[in-house]
Structures are given as C-alpha cells and as structure tokens.
Design a protein. Structure first.
Ligand SMILES: Cc1cc2nc3c(=O)[nH]c(=O)nc-3n(C[C@H](O)[C@H](O)[C@H](O)COP(=O)(O)OP(=O)(O)OC[C@H]3O[C@@H](n4cnc5c(N)ncnc54)[C@H](O)[C@@H]3O)c2cc1C
Length: 502
C-alpha cells in the first residue's frame, strides 16, 4: 500500500502530526498497534504547560528558564524557546478544536502549579487532561479525513537502495500477516520506553520503545537514552500514578514517623531521590492530601481518589496513600533536528519516542503534552513538505527477517522480562553504580543472544498476543541495552542520571 505520509503511532504526537500533514494537503495514513483512544496520552493527568498567566502572573521567559534549569544544561535553548513561545497558541488551538479545559470563575482556562514551575502554568481538564486532549485530537483527525488503521505492529523500517527510509513493514495483529506500506515520508510517533522497567512503571503496557528499537536497528542516531524520569508518587503496590497535581494542590510527603522530609515541589529527580533514600532507611513513604478536604479532592482530583481506592484500597480523603518512585517518562529517544528529521533521510520522529532537546536531563511536569502537540505539528508539516517535493514513491523489501528464524521455546521470555524489569529498577534506576550497570548489561546481552531459544509458543496467526509480546520483548532488550550503554558512558551525576561510586 502507498501513501504520502505514513505515521506510526496514534497518541497525541501521532494524531497532531496527522492533522498537520493532512492540512498541508497530502495523503496521510496512521498505523497503530492499539486503539488510538487508548494510547498512553490518555493517562496524562496533571496538565499541559503554557504561560497564560490566567491565575497569577507568568511569562514565557519564566517558562523557558524553568525548563532550562530542569534540563541541567542538556537542552537546546533554541528548541526550548521555540516550544515555550508556541505554548499559548497551542492551548488556543486545542481549546478551539474542543478540548474541555477546566475554567476559572471568570471563564478563563484554569491553571495549576506543577513541580519546578515558578507559577501555576499547567492548563488542565480536571485530572483527565491527556484523555480529553487525545480524544479531541482523534475526533479532529477523523473530521479531517485522516485514515487510521488499528492493530498494526511496526516490525521494521523499509529503506530504498540509497538508504532512504521509504516505508514500514508491519504485522497485522488480526490476521498475523506481514504487510508493507510505502510512503514519501515516515513519522515515528510510537511513544516512550518506561515499560522496560516492566511493572515498576506508571506507563501503559504498550510503552516498550518499539519505534526507538526499530529506528536503532535501521541505523538512526539515538540521544540521551540514559535519562529516565522516576515519578515520586506511584502507588506502592501497583505503580499506578498519583499525579503531581496532588502535590501541586498542596499535598505533603510523609515518612512512617509522620515527618515531612523534602520540598514536595522540587523537580521530580530530587523528590524521587529523597523518597528513595527514606525507603532505603527502612521507612514507608506516604502522600497526604487529607487536609485538602473531600469537596476539593472530588472537584480537582477525582481520578486520584478513584485510583487510590481501587488499586491501593485507601481513601485519600481519610487515609495516607502509600507511594514509591517508579519509571514514568523517558527523556531519551530518536535524535532529531529542528525540523523533526532524524539522522535517516525520509524518517521523522515526534513525541516521547523522539529527542527534540527540550527536556535535557529532566523533564518538567506539563512539558510533555506541550511537546507532543508543538513538535507533532512540526513533524507533520515537515513530513508533508518533503512528500509534496517528491515525485515518485520508492519501494524496497524488508531486510530483517527476524520472524523467519527458528525459535526453540526452551526459555520463557515472560519470566526474563519480569526479571529484567526488576533488575533495571534496582541497578539502572534512581541511583546508579558502574558495577551494577555492568551486571544489567550482561543480563540484557545474554537475553539478546538467547532470543532464538525463546519465541512464541502459540503458533496461531490471528490475534497472537504471545507473538506480539515476544516482539515487544526483543524491542525492550534493544532499548535497555542503549539505556545502559549511555548510562555507563556518563560518569557524572546530572538530572535523572544519578551516580554513586559504590
Ligand atoms: C500516568 C501518566 C501521566 C502523565 N501525566 C502527564 C501530564 O500531566 N502532563 C504531561 O505533560 N505529560 C504527562 N505524561 C507524559 C505524557 O502523557 C506522554 O509523554 C505523552 O502522552 C506521549 O505521547 P506520544 O504521542 O508520544 O505517545 P503515546 O501516547 O504513548 O502513543 C504512542 C502510540 O504509538 C503506538 N505504538 C507503539 N508501538 C507501536 C508499534 N510497534 N507499532 C505500531 N504502533 C505503535 C501506540 O499504539 C500509540 O498509539 C504522563 C504520562 C503517564 C504515563
């Protein structure tokens, strides 16, 4: 099948790119392994940053400076300036297409303060911000006539004889057949890789870094893969996120003695390390929002109350919420330039799978939803521009024949995936030591060598989740290897990468 712009992933980044490319007048096809409306973007709760100054004074310059500070010198000031200055227009556009932002009493878009921000800057829709944005983008994409095909899993990128990306090889999950799609430009918008930490992550099970692994295998440059953001407040038993908005609205962090031990609104890396240190001292750590009162919690944090009741069996109106830091956001990704173009000709990337140099060593809460819309638009427009300039489609056949191999099924990859998740959490997590990184690297590389001894036991074609999970595990290994190698190469502590000598 042929199209002008092929987009892999239908989260906030992919759908924004699709809308922008369609508006530029080209044919657009979006392929996604899950249903668009379930993409991880729907889990975002706290808000999307823009210096609107609706509830107290704020400025774009303050937004820029807060973002640069949190990035610890590893962001591009030009890219940060661009993103922050585009933020007010981005919110205006989202508002215009129908995102139902919460309002102030005088009907302005409501804003709240998230960690590391000098002002209440995050625009929100209760604590369903990502859900409302994603579903509105989906409606808009359909309205614009964007074609979206679900349950298509990216296997590999296709490259022509000149090494230019010209399409993608996909697995149709429904039929089990491989399919080739050709395009004049390809945009990867396949999300982040926090699920390499398996259950120790707030993320959707789909966040296995597939697009990054596939781009890496095709020779694309990656950037800053060592930077993984650990969110301070995952529920202790399930890792489900209790949004930063709970602390933004005035929640406290307490240890088992009932003492506050850190500045709750410091950047996430600092708060996570403070909690980790308490846990290592044998303390339990809790989030306390009881003092905010039932009425306030039900109005401003309804989802948090539901999640705590459902998954931790505590009611935050009356009880402390047991928490621990968990992998939440991945700053690393496919390296792209100011046009969202990767190091491979024909390949663009946007959203959490990309590295647009705006988060550096630590992302500010509320800046990711902003990034996916600002740079999603850029990627879609630039991919469309390239497609309009090209006369003919190239074609190619897949070089990677991973699925054609024999798999002996001697080893259970599910067990290995769980072990890997715990190993990464403990050895490639909040505090890192060189010898522990080495142990994790050896484990990953041994698993990679042993892939032929694994494989899917289920040989059926239709809806073979055993096979798709095996393919994801291969991607998890490739991405984990990159994370560890980047972590080993960075000897100093910076942002989310914190090194201890022993
Ligand atoms: C619980 C939670 C709360 C958050 N809260 C906030 C917040 O308040 N503010 C903020 O700014 N950020 C927040 N974030 C981060 C933010 O939501 C994400 O960074 C952002 O939504 C990522 O969007 P995306 O479009 O890049 O990826 P996603 O939304 O993850 O979409 C990825 C898409 O790619 C598809 N895909 C993946 N692999 C393949 C494959 N192999 N083949 C085909 N398709 C594939 C998926 O099906 C999906 O459609 C939060 C994250 C989480 C987990």
């Amino acid at each position: 099948m042929k199209t002008d712009v092929l987009i892999i992933g239908a989260g906030g980044a992919g759908l924004t790119a699709a809308i922008a490319a369609k508006e530029a007048g080209v044919d657009v096809l979006v392929l996604t392994k899950e249903y668009p409306t379930r993409s991880q973007t729907c889990m975002a709760q706290g808000g999307i940053n823009a210096a609107l100054g609706n509830v107290s004074e704020d400025s774009i310059e303050d937004h820029i400076q807060n973002t640069l500070k949190s990035a610890h010198g590893l962001a591009s000031e030009e890219a940060v300036r661009y993103m922050c200055s585009q933020a007010p227009a981005t919110i205006e556009w989202l508002d215009k297409i129908g995102v139902c932002f919460s309002r102030t009493p005088d009907a302005k878009i409501a804003q709240r303060r998230l960690g590391g921000a000098s002002a209440p800057r995050a625009c929100y829709a209760q604590d369903y911000t990502g859900l409302k944005i994603l579903h509105t983008l989906y409606d808009e994409a359909l309205k614009q006539g964007v074609e979206i095909k679900n349950e298509k899993l990216l296997l590999e990128l296709l490259k022509d004889d000149n090494d230019v990306v010209c399409g993608a090889l996909m697995l149709d999950i429904r039929s089990g057949q491989k399919e080739s799609y050709f395009a004049k430009s390809v945009v990867l918008a396949s999300g982040g890789y926090s699920r390499i930490y398996d259950k120790n992550s707030t993320n959707s099970t789909a966040s296995t870094g597939d697009g990054i692994a596939v781009a890496k295998r095709a020779g694309a440059e990656l950037l800053h893969m060592e930077f993984v953001q650990f969110h301070p407040t995952g529920l202790k038993n399930s890792s489900i996120l209790i949004s930063e908005s709970a602390r933004g609205e005035g929640g406290y962090l307490l240890n088992s003695k009932g003492e506050r031990f850190t500045n709750e609104l410091a950047p996430r890396d600092e708060v996570s390390r403070a909690i980790d240190a308490e846990i290592k001292k044998g303390e339990e750590v809790f989030l306390d929002i009881r003092h905010l009162g039932e009425e306030f919690i039900d109005e401003g944090l309804p989802q948090e109350r539901k999640l705590a009741k459902l998954y931790e069996n505590v009611d935050p109106v009356h009880d402390l919420i047991p928490i621990k830091p968990v992998a939440h956001y991945t700053m690393g990704g496919i390296s792209v330039d100011n046009n969202s173009q990767s190091s491979l000709e024909g390949l663009y990337a946007c959203g959490e799978c990309s590295n647009h140099r705006v988060h550096g060593a630590n992302r500010l809460g509320g800046n990711s939803l902003l990034e996916i819309v600002v740079f999603g638009r850029e990627a879609g427009e630039n991919a469309a521009k390239r497609a309009l300039d090209m006369e003919a489609h190239a074609s190619a056949s897949a070089k990677d024949d991973f699925l054609a191999q024999e798999f002996s099924n001697e080893l259970n990859f599910y067990e290995l995936r769980e072990r890997l998740g715990d190993m990464l959490y403990n050895k490639v997590g909040i505090v890192r030591r060189e010898h522990e990184l080495q142990v994790a690297l050896e484990f990953v590389q041994e698993c990679q060598q042993n892939l032929p001894k694994m494989g899917a036991k289920d040989k059926s074609l239709r809806y073979n989740t055993n096979l798709t999970e095996f393919l994801e595990f291969r991607n998890v290994l490739d991405v984990s290897e990159s994370v560890i190698l980047w972590a080993l190469a960075r000897k100093e502590s910076v942002g989310a990468h914190y090194v201890e000598a022993k």
